[in-house]
Write a new protein. Sequence first.
Length: 440
Amino acid sequence: MQQITFGDLVGNRTVTPLADRLRPEDLSEFAGQEHLIGKGKLLRRLIENDQISSMIFWGPPGVGKTTLASIIAGKTKSRFVNFSAVTSGIKEIKEVMAQAEETRRSGMRTVLFVDEIHRFNKAQQDAFLPYVERGSIILIGATTENPSFEINAALLSRCRVFVLKELQTTDVEKLLHRALKDKRGFGYLNVEISDDLVHSIAEFSNGDARNALNVLEMAVNNGDITPDKTIVTKDIVEQCTSRKSLLYDKRGEEHYNLISALHKSMRNSDPDAAIYWLARMLEAGEDPLYVARRVIRFSSEDVGLADPHALPLAVAAYEACHDIGMPECNVVLAEAVTYMAMAPKSNAMEAGYLKAKADAEESFAEPVPLHIRNAPTALMKDLDYGKGYQYAHDYVEKVTKMTCLPDALAGKHYYEPYGMGEEAHFKERLEELRKFKGQE
C-alpha cells in the first residue's frame, strides 16, 4: 500500500477530493452492501478468489459501484481498463477491443470497467458483445438505470446483475467517522464535530457516500481553526448544505409528523397547507420519492374513483421525480399535492378493501365456486370445474346474474361509493347492476 505522509496530505487535500482520497482499497473498508460483500457472500468470494465474470453493478449514485471496480482492479491478475461511457465512442471501443484481443492471445484476460454504461447506445453496446462471447474481455458495467431497459438483452444475458442498495444512515456515519480518523482523510487534523452533526450529514446525504463526504470536506475546510483543533459547528454544516432544518430525522418523530400534516392537509382540501408541508419536507432533505409514494397512496385511499385521473397523475409525478430528481422535481410534487388537495374525495376504495380483508381473513377455507374455476384439463371438466359459467359478452347487457362470491359471502357488499365527483357515475352504475342481479 502506498505510504502517505503528512506533507502529502496537506499539499493534496485541496486538490484531490476527500471521496477520492478515502476510496477503499479493499473490502474491509467498504461501507454497506453486506448482502453482496459480507462474509461468505457470492460477490465477495468472486473478488477475493479473482474469479470475476462479466457483471453489471446497478444502484443509485454514491453507493460504491466504481469503488467495487477499483477494488477488483487491485485484486485481479488481469489487465484492468477503466472506460467511461460519457467520453468514449465506437472508435475508442474498437481500440480497447483490439488491445484486448492481443492480450488474450498472450494468455492474459482484460477486465473492462465501463462507468455509466447506460449512456452507450445500442450500436456501442453491440460492439462489446462478440468480445464478451469470445472471452477477450470481462465486462463490468456500472449504471444507475434499470439494466432491463438500458442494456441490450443479448449483452445483459451474458452478465450477472448485482443490485447495490442505497446506503443506510449508519453505514454513512461509519464512513464519516473513518474520514475524520483516517490519515488519508482528516486524520492529520484534530477535528471537533458532534455525533449529532455527523448523523445529520449522513441523513442529508440520502444514502450517497460521495455526497456525504463532500459535505464533510466542505464543513471541515470552513471550520473554526484554533491552535490545537478545527471546530465544525451546526451553523457551518447548515451553511454547507443550505438546510436550516438539518436535524430533521427522516426516520424520527418529526418525519412522521410532517408526512401526516401533508396527508391530512390534502384530505381536508387545503392546497396552501399541503404545499407548505411539502416544502418543509423537501427543504429539510426528505427523499422526494418517499413523498411521491405517499401521494400515490393518497390518490387511491382518499380520492379513488371520485377522480379516476388522480392515480395516473400521481404515478406520473413519481416517475418524473425519479427521472429528474431534486431540486427540479419540487414543482412536480407541488402540482401533484395541489391536485390531490383540490380533487373530490372518497375513501370508498380503502373502506371497501378493509371490509373485504376482514372477511377474507375469516374465510380462507371458503372454496372458489365451481362455475368460475379454471378448467384447462379434461379431468377438471369432469369434476365440473367451470360448469355453469356464464360468459358476459354472450349477453346483450354484457352482464349476467351469476354469483362470483363464495356461497358463505353471497350478497355481501364491499364497494359503497359516496357519489362524490365522478364517483356519482359509478354509484349510479353500481345501483343499476345490483338491481339487475337482484342484490338490492
